[in-house]
Design a protein around this ligand. Structure first.
Ligand SMILES: [Zn+2]
Length: 47
């Protein structure tokens, strides 16, 4: 398994661009429809 998302920087812009996957906890881009790591479908949250 690759661990390329290991760094946890407190960057507001970065945090706003990603959200935690409900399935595996990986950071998933907010505009992505599903997680690249586990394939879980993510709900798009507006607002
Ligand atoms: Zn996932």
């Amino acid at each position: 398994m690759l661990s390329i998302f290991k760094r946890r920087e407190r960057d507001d812009l970065f945090d706003r661009s990603f959200r935690p996957c409900a399935g595996c906890g990986a950071d998933v881009y907010v505009l992505a429809e599903d997680c690249k790591d586990c394939g879980s479908a993510l709900e798009l949250r507006a607002g």
